[in-house]
Design a protein around this ligand. Sequence first.
Ligand code: C2E
Ligand code: CA
Ligand code: CA
Length: 773
Amino acid sequence: MESSANTTTTALVAAGPRSRTIYVFSLCAIFLAVAIVFVLGLHLAVRKSDELSAQRQSREIAQAVSNGLDDLAQAQEGAAVWDLLAWELAKPMPDWAWVDENVGQWLHGLFRHDALYILDGADRLVYGSANGQALPPGEHADILQDIGQFVDLVRGRRTRQNNPHERLPGQPLAADNSLRTTPAAVHATDVAIFRGRPAAVSVMRIEAPLHGAASDDRAPLLVNVRYLDGSFLRDLSRNNQIEALHFHRFATGQAHDGEYATELVSSEGKRLGYLMWLPDLPGSELWQALLPLLAATLAGLGGIIVLLSTRTYRLMGQQARNLEQLRSAHVELRAREAQAHHLAFHDVLTGLPNRALFNNCVDQALGRTRTGDSFAILLLDLDRFKHVNDTWGHLAGDALIQEFASRLSGAVSTQDTVARLGGDEFAILAKGRTPQSIAVLADAILAQVRRPFEVLGNRAFVGLSIGISFAPQNGTDRAELMRKADIALYRAKDEGRDRYCVFSAEMDETVKVRAAIEEDLRRALASPGELQVFYQPQIDSQTHALIGVEALARWNHPVRGPISPQLFVPIAEDTGLINPLGQWVLAQACRAALKWPGLSVAVNLSPVQFQSGGFAEAVTSQVLAAGVHPSRIELEVTEGVLVDDDQRVRTALNTLRKNGFRIALDDFGTGYSSLSYLRKFEVDKIKIDRSFIQSIGQAADSTPIVSAVVTLGHAMGLTVTAEGVETPEQRDFLATAGCNEFQGFLFSKAVSEDEISRLLERADPGWQAQPPA
Ligand code: C2E
Ligand code: CA
Ligand code: CA
């Protein structure tokens, strides 16, 4: 270095003063031009970065207010759509202390709602609470001045283009219920000035869900208020790191130095005020940090002119280092921008990588398999998650997902990637592991999920199924690996859930197996003996007499042995074989009904069967031709048949009922659990699903649910059957609750036709309960 500097200096000196001046001058000009372009470019980047940051914060504030509205209504729905509250308010003298404890204090304590009111059918204020304290009668009587418009909207006395946070009377529910963020109950929700303060306000109709959707526009109303200038703003400011966030009623422009403002506007376009804050300006901060460096660089440039003739190269080295620092500062600015971009790759609820990022990670990992790396993909799916959502609401579902995500993150190692793919589906990318250590990981995760989840004060039990594929063994293409992990996941579910399955080539044969089962079933339908119908006794809850049976298909495969209807019925449904199978079961059931004049015989109908034209007529003529009166046959349909609200299904069910068949709603409570279907589709009986019966005495809230279903079923003139009764405790509870009929292993599993005939020949007509099978 020293010697080359000396050589150049020597060369310049040798070139003479004139050419040395030209050389120094042009070097300076080049440096200056580069420096100016650089400084300008940097400044532009700084401003752009500040602008992006302020825009992002403004969006965050708007989003938080929007979420605040949805959260308010969501939380409120937990109290408003609640039979116990509706019933309490319908009493001549409601117990206000109970209302205060279970509604006022509850919503304040759990969700920090600031004020809460109940209006009666004539819009009179009958209960009020502020800050979790019940108000003396007469206080806040003037709130209608502020929320009169909300009340009119909910009562249907006024309409408007409703906003996405509310559901006004007459507005249909979104087709996919699981995607909605706003509750299904009728409510008007918006920002407003309430008692002189900006607030999120929601006015919701109080309904009794087990009575079906209420349409009474004189229902009492629940009014919930969360002020936007109190704890709400403090939370927002803390969670999103927004500095000095406060509310101003009137425009003060940029009130203080550097303050930004976002308008708070109601959905009808009314400006309520301004949310003001000190924006985070990452670019300016960086700029200030860089200024000394820039000044030093420019000063250095001046120095260069003087010193070029002697120490040219050394200074140029310094200059190069300064420029390098500038360049890295620029890189940092870009990184901050990238960070904002990064947000697009994470799931908001759990903070985990989303599907897009997961796909990227898998693709990168696949790239490294060429150099000998290996990894595993685990696909995870929660079982019974929908049940938690349906029973306790979306907030509980969200809380469960968050808790599950954190348990999952705790179970994996730092180099693994956990992602939420959507809904209750998660995935893990685990690098460089042996199949043994993956098995240990999967077991650890399953153990985590077996612990109950505490969600919003409830204990929920969910199950988990895991499917696993390995790269490069199972493939070197992302789609293929995901498909194989998915096949393994379905196998895990099929094998009874709460377990993991590793993909194996044999599973890919599943498709072939299904084809083989289809072919064998076709053959079995034509050959006698392989298929049979077994009958499960149905018992009168009071007399314990055998009063009916349910026909259940049984298949004893010559090679595979007994195949569960849970396996072959879905295949029969997919392939259309359910039609001949259904006809065959019905034929057997008719023959049996003739043998047992005292018993009713229940037959399961698949939704697929309703799709063929003239179905009701075909069933009727088949039964009449067999010499059986339709009143002897009970047809079991699942809620799945009813939800489509298909005219064809409605007509078919009505025809069947008109022709004398009785209709039973099977697996009640597992699907859409709405008694409102019972109004639209007339049925004679509901069969409460065994998952409810089995949680009697275990899940705290299943017992009141079962009692409520029995009571309301009776109020609608329906017979109520309990399925899957396995213990004397369940039987006794159900008898007390008023259930009419029992079916379950406590009495008997499904048995052959001969066995039923033998039972009927027994002298004692009463049913001796059997110990569980
Ligand atoms: P399902 O209609 O809900 O039938 C009741 C199922 O619960 C039967 O299982 C029965 O054996 C079982 N079960 C009864 N009591 C108890 C109990 O106390 N504890 C427990 N754990 N289980 C009990 P199975 O026979 O395996 O039938 C499964 C499903 O297959 C049926 O559910 C029904 O959906 C379908 N299926 C069966 N036969 C037919 C048929 O002929 N046609 C149609 N479309 N579907 C059928
Ligand atoms: Ca059934
Ligand atoms: Ca059932």
